[in-house]
Structure formats: structure tokens, C-alpha cells
Design a protein around this ligand. Structure first.
Ligand code: ATP
Ligand code: MG
Length: 140
């Protein structure tokens, strides 16, 4: 087992419905520790930079509009196999395809407004954590 860190975001559809605490409880119950957390409103430029990997996708503009439509809560999570574990707790991208008991199944509204983001690899996690947090903000 490897102790990893991953970047999580509670998306605007979830902050709007006051679900941050319920989502955090699921992360913690699964053994992930929240080492850093901040609530902020992304600018469009920040959203475009964060999701630059999807710049050519048809849903890119809508996705960026959605991500700036309200506050987000960015988090650094730590735990055994945290990257894959968080993806499991999140569930499939489209809530309609997500397994029972996952965050997206229980809280997601649409394939776009799917309540949470989670890094998909170690390289992505390192880049995404550095996008939101400096080292002194991450307390293990
Ligand atoms: P995330 O990166 O947010 O953790 P993911 O890795 O499951 O989600 P990606 O393929 O990276 O999914 O897509 C990034 C985000 O773009 C999705 O979480 C969702 O909000 C949005 N998205 C993905 N596919 C679509 C689509 N077909 N239509 C609209 N929005 C989409
Ligand atoms: Mg992704």
C-alpha cells in the first residue's frame, strides 16, 4: 500500500445544495484525511487552465461556465491509494452510471454537474494540488 495525495473539488452544484459536510464525511469514513481545504470562486481563466486537458472537447465551454457558477471547495486528500480510492468513492463521471453508494450516484445532478472532481493519476494529482495549494497550506 502506498500513501498518496490527491486533489478533490466539491463542485458548484454541491456547494449550492450545502453538501460539503456530507461529502467530507464520506471521504473521511473511507479513510481519507483532508490535509488542506479552501472555498473559493474560480475565475474563468482559472477554470480554463485547470481543465485545459479538455480544451478541445465539445463540453469545454459549458464545463468552465459551470465551474465558475458558484463557489467550489478544493481539498488535498491523503490516504492509502488515495487517488484510486477517491475515484471509487466518487463514482462514474455520469451519475446515471455510478454505483450505488457513491457520491455522484447519491448527489450528482447531471454528467456535468456531478458534485465532485478527483485527480486521475499521480502526475495529475501533483499538478492539481500545486494549482490550488502551496506547501505550507498542506498540513499532514
Ligand atoms: P473530474 O475530472 O471532474 O474528476 P472525470 O475525471 O470523471 O471528472 P472527465 O472526463 O475528466 O471526468 O471530465 C471532466 C468533467 O467534465 C466531468 O466531471 C464533468 O463535469 C464534465 N463532463 C465530462 N463529460 C461530459 C459530457 N459528455 N458532457 C458534459 N460535461 C461533461
Ligand atoms: Mg477527470
Amino acid at each position: 500500500m502506498t500513501i498518496e495525495r490527491t486533489l478533490s473539488i466539491v463542485k458548484p452544484d454541491a456547494t449550492r445544495r450545502n453538501l460539503t459536510g456530507q461529502i467530507n464525511a464520506r471521504l473521511e469514513a473511507a479513510g481519507l484525511r483532508i490535509l488542506a481545504q479552501k472555498r473559493l470562486r474560480l475565475t474563468r481563466e482559472q477554470a480554463e487552465t485547470f481543465y485545459a486537458v479538455h480544451a478541445e472537447r465539445s463540453f469545454f465551454d459549458d464545463l468552465c461556465d459551470f465551474m465558475i457558477s458558484g463557489p467550489v471547495v478544493a481539498q488535498v486528500l491523503e490516504g492509502e491509494n488515495a487517488i484510486v480510492k477517491n475515484r471509487e468513492i466518487m463514482g462514474a463521471t455520469n451519475p446515471a452510471n455510478a454505483k450505488d453508494g457513491t457520491i455522484r450516484k447519491d448527489f450528482g445532478e447531471t454528467v456535468e454537474a456531478n458534485s465532485v472532481h478527483g485527480s486521475d493519476s499521480a502526475e495529475t494529482a501533483a499538478r492539481e494540488i500545486a494549482f490550488f495549494f502551496s506547501d505550507i497550506e498542506i498540513v499532514g
